[in-house]
Design a protein around this ligand. Structure first.
Ligand SMILES: NC(=O)c1ccc[n+]([C@@H]2O[C@H](COP(=O)([O-])OP(=O)(O)OC[C@H]3O[C@@H](n4cnc5c(N)ncnc54)[C@H](O)[C@@H]3O)[C@@H](O)[C@H]2O)c1
Length: 328
């Protein structure tokens, strides 16, 4: 079977927030899917909920006319996990973030699914090698970490375990791209990439509030309107290169003196700065910055920021948090 015909049938085990979103995506891609939860009743309730939500999306123009009907036709609520995975080529596990729960679900899946089935976990943070130990066919197991709401957020982290067959990783990549996602294969460590960074930021945000430096509303407004404003276009390394790595090093020294060693200058940053690679202005930092490309990047940056600010103004009237943000 060519990879564009794969999978013929999907099973989603755990029909909560994430599982329901997956069902929308697969059914709209024309791939029939079965959803299962702790019992058939929960699966039925989830199916009804995701169809209601699809109606709202369609009314708001987020889905095209008739797409709710396609979802209704493409998603079935299974009476059990066994029934859902019977005959499935691809199984996504999206049950509660608990290793014991996931372990018990994998043994049911492997007993009832065809041997060819690929099993993907949507775990947020549990290393895939730890989960892979629970599987009898770890070569057909990997992590695919989506983001809420999975219908709309483009990135999916793909995490191979130590024994995952590379062909399985490639197939998962192709499928995700076909579904309109932006898969990125990353290494297997707690929290992978996104949650490790996101949770580090959240911890610091909580400390800022707990120490009385700012309120939660103020933190949210500052983050959204400052470095968060740049993030749709540039990741942390591009941003650091543009700011200047010598500037970053100096800021880290101040932060470390006051806030402790969690703000120690990262060794890669120190090495680059000491070697004179201080970022865009020096022709190189984490990335190379050829002089002739710099104006293009700056023009793109500035045009992007102006366009984003206009988009935010346009969306402001429909933002239910607009009043709260206005108070800050
Ligand atoms: N919510 C998010 O933002 C998010 C984002 C990325 C990844 N994840 C991960 O996805 C997974 C699911 O998260 P969620 O937010 O959808 O949780 P959720 O609580 O909304 O859904 C989990 C579902 O699993 C079901 N379940 C529990 N035990 C089960 C079992 N033994 N058999 C079958 N179903 C069972 C629950 O009844 C529930 O419906 C977790 O691993 C979570 O860490 C969540």
């Amino acid at each position: 079977m060519s990879s564009k015909d794969w999978p013929q049938r999907v099973a989603i085990v755990g029909a909560g927030t994430m599982g329901a979103g997956f069902a929308q995506i697969f059914s709209l891609a024309g791939i029939p899917c079965w959803i299962a939860d702790v019992d058939g009743e929960r699966a039925k309730v989830s199916r009804a909920g995701l169809i209601d939500l699809a109606r709202r999306f369609e009314a708001a123009g987020l889905l095209g006319a008739g797409e709710t009907k396609r979802i209704e036709e493409g998603v079935r609520a299974a009476p059990s996990v066994e029934a859902a995975v019977d005959g499935a080529d691809f199984v996504i596990e999206a049950v509660t973030e608990d290793k014991d729960v996931k372990r018990s679900v994998y043994s049911i899946i492997e007993a009832a699914a065809p041997e060819r089935a690929v099993v993907a976990s949507n775990t947020s943070a549990i290393p895939i090698h730890e989960l892979a130990e629970f599987l009898e066919r770890p070569e057909r197991f990997l992590g695919t970490h989506w983001f809420n709401p999975p219908q709309w957020v483009p990135c999916v982290e793909v995490i191979p375990g130590p024994r995952t067959d590379p062909a399985v990783v490639e197939r998962a990549h192709e499928l995700l791209r076909r579904l309109g996602k932006r898969p990125v294969t990353v290494g297997d460590a707690a929290g992978f990439v996104a949650n490790r960074i996101q949770f580090a930021m959240f911890r610091e945000a909580a400390l800022v509030v707990e120490e009385g430096v700012a309120t939660a509303e103020q933190v949210d407004e500052v983050v959204r309107a400052s470095f968060g404003f740049r993030l749709p276009f540039f990741g942390p390394f591009m941003i650091a290169d543009m700011a200047g790595l010598d500037v970053y090093s100096g800021a880290y020294r101040t932060l470390e003196a006051d806030l402790g060693t969690r703000f120690r200058v990262p060794s890669s940053l120190q090495g680059l700065t000491e070697g004179g690679r201080t970022g865009a202005k020096a022709g190189g930092g984490y990335f190379d910055w050829p002089e002739e490309r710099l104006p293009q990047i700056v023009d793109h940056r500035d045009a992007s920021y102006v366009a984003l600010e206009k988009l935010l103004e346009q969306l402001q009237p429909s933002n239910p948090r607009a009043d709260a943000q206005g108070e800050v």
